[in-house]
Design a protein around this ligand. Structure first.
Ligand code: FAD
Ligand code: EPU
Length: 342
C-alpha cells in the first residue's frame, strides 16, 4: 500500500469495505466527508473509473481487482429543517449509518422509518434501490435528495418523481447510473405515531411480546428481533442480504405454478401482475442451505447467498447463475439479481 496524497491510497484491500467479505483490491482508495473534499479528488482522478461506496452491503466484487478509484462517502449530519405539529423534515448526510439514522428518528419521536430498522448500509444508498422491508419503502417517507453531478461538479436536487422509484429501483440504478454521488437525503416523517404493522410477522412478534398498542420503538424492536432470527449478521457470515429480487410475473405464470404447488406464496402487484417469493422458489428448487465448502445458500433464508470464509466473488456469482437457471427450468420464472455486481 502506497500513501499517495492527503487522502488517496494505492492498491488497498476492499475486503473490509464489502459485507460479503470478498477479497479484492482497488488501484486507488479514499474517503470524503464533505463536497469540498470530494471535488478536488474527482478533478485529480478524473481519468479513473469511479466507485462510490457507503457500507458496501449491496455489492459483489466479481473481479479480484477494481481498476479505478473507490471512494467511501462519510458525509455526516442529522438536521431537522422543518417541523410542524404533524411532521418533521430531516436532512441526513449520505454517509450516516442507516440504522443509526433510524434510531435518531425514533428518539425524536419521528415516525416512518422504524420498519426499516437494522438494514445495513448508509443513508446515501437508501434511495439507490428504494430500500424496503416489512411493508415500508423509502419512497413512502422520501422528500428530496441532493446529489453531486460528476460531469459538471454541480449539486442537483431530485424530487420523489425525479427519482423514479420502483421495487428495489430508482433512476440512479438505470438511466442516471454512475452519473451522481448522493450527498444528502431529506425525509418527511410523521409526528403522529401511526405505526404500520400490516406485515404479518410484525403482528405476531408483537403478540409474542404481549404488546397491544405498539409505539414506534416497539415496532423497531420487533423488526430487529425478526431480522436477527433469519438474516445472517454480516459481521459473522459474509452476505449482502437478498441476492435476488422477488420476481413479478403474470397471473398465467402463477396459475401454472399453482397446478403443482397450490400454496405458492404470492402478493398483489401493479398492472394485474403478482409478486412471487424468490426465497420460496429457491427453497422448493432444493437450494436452501446448500453449501460448497466455504460459500452457499443460507440455511434460514434461501434468498441470501453467503460467504462463510474466503469465497471469491466469481464463485458466488456462478452459484447465482446456477440458481437462476434451475428456477427458470423448474418454474419458468426469471430471477433477477438485486445485488450490484462490480
Ligand atoms: P453500498 O453497498 O455501499 O452501495 C450500493 C450501491 O449504491 C453501489 O452501486 C454504490 O456505488 C451505490 N452508492 C452507495 N452510496 C452512494 C452514494 N452516496 N451516491 C451514489 N451511489 C451510491 N436492502 C433492502 O432494501 N431491504 C432489506 O431488508 C435489506 N436487508 C439487508 C440485510 C442484510 C444482512 C444485508 C447485508 C443487506 C440488506 N439489504 C437490504 C441491502 C443493503 O443493506 C441496502 O441496499 C443498503 O441500502 C445498501 O447500502 P450501502 O451503503 O451498504 O450501499
Ligand atoms: N420463504 C421461503 N423460504 C425461504 C425464504 C422465504 O419459503 O428460504 C417464503 C416465506 O415463508 C414467505 C415469503 O417467502 O412466505 C417471504 O419471505 P420473507 O418475509 O422473509 O421476505 P423475503 O421476500 O424473503 C423480502 C425482502 C427483504 C426484506 C423482507 C421483509 C426482497 C428481495 N427481499 O424478503 O429485503 O427484508 O422481504 O420485508 O424484496 C434485501 O433486499 O436485501 C432484503 C433482505
Amino acid at each position: 500500500m502506497t500513501y499517495l496524497c492527503k487522502m488517496i491510497l494505492e492498491n488497498i484491500s476492499l475486503k473490509p469495505f464489502n459485507t460479503f467479505g470478498i477479497e479484492a483490491t482497488s488501484s486507488y482508495f479514499g474517503r470524503f466527508s464533505s463536497i469540498e473534499e470530494l471535488s478536488p479528488i474527482l478533478k485529480e482522478y478524473s481519468q479513473e473509473k469511479l466507485l462510490v461506496l457507503g457500507g458496501g452491503s449491496n455489492i459483489l466484487f466479481v473481479k479480484n481487482h477494481f481498476d479505478g478509484l473507490v471512494l467511501v462517502n462519510e458525509i455526516k449530519g442529522f438536521e431537522v429543517i422543518e417541523s410542524t405539529s404533524e411532521f418533521a423534515i430531516v436532512k441526513a448526510g449520505a454517509g450516516e449509518v442507516w440504522h443509526e439514522f433510524v434510531l435518531k428518528c425514533i428518539e425524536n419521536g419521528f415516525c416512518g422509518v422504524e420498519n426499516l430498522s437494522l438494514i445495513p448500509g448508509s443513508v446515501g444508498a437508501s434511495p439507490m434501490q428504494n430500500i424496503g422491508a416489512y411493508g415500508v419503502e423509502i419512497k413512502d417517507v422520501f422528500e428530496k435528495l441532493e446529489a453531486f453531478h460528476i460531469a459538471s461538479g454541480e449539486i442537483h436536487t431530485f424530487s420523489k418523481e425525479d427519482c423514479e422509484f420502483g421495487y428495489r429501483e430508482s433512476v440512479f440504478k438505470r438511466k442516471l447510473k454512475d452519473q451522481y454521488i448522493i450527498t444528502s437525503v431529506f425525509y418527511r416523517l410523521s409526528k403522529t405515531q401511526n405505526v404500520n404493522t400490516s406485515y404479518g410477522v410484525i403482528e405476531s412478534e408483537l403478540v409474542k411480546e404481549g404488546i397491544t398498542s405498539p409505539t414506534i420503538k416497539n415496532v423497531s424492536n420487533a423488526v430487529i428481533a425478526i431480522r436477527r432470527s433469519k438474516l445472517p449478521d454480516p459481521k459473522e457470515i459474509g452476505n449482502a442480504g437478498s441476492f435476488f429480487k422477488n420476481p413479478i410475473v403474470s397471473k398465467l405464470t402463477l396459475e401454472k405454478i399453482k397446478r403443482n404447488h397450490p400454496n405458492v406464496p404470492n402478493y398483489p402487484s401493479q398492472n394485474d401482475e403478482v409478486k412471487l417469493a424468490a426465497g420460496w422458489l429457491i427453497e422448493q428448487a432444493g437450494w436452501k442451505g446448500k453449501t460448497f465448502d466455504y460459500y452457499g445458500v443460507h440455511k434460514l433464508q434461501a434468498l441470501v447467498l453467503v460467504n462463510y470464509k474466503g469465497a471469491t466473488g466469481k464463485e458466488v456469482y456462478d452459484l447465482s447463475t446456477l440458481i437462476i437457471t434451475d428456477v427458470k427450468a423448474k418454474f419458468g420464472v426469471d430471477l433477477e439479481r438485486e445485488v450490484n455486481i462490480i
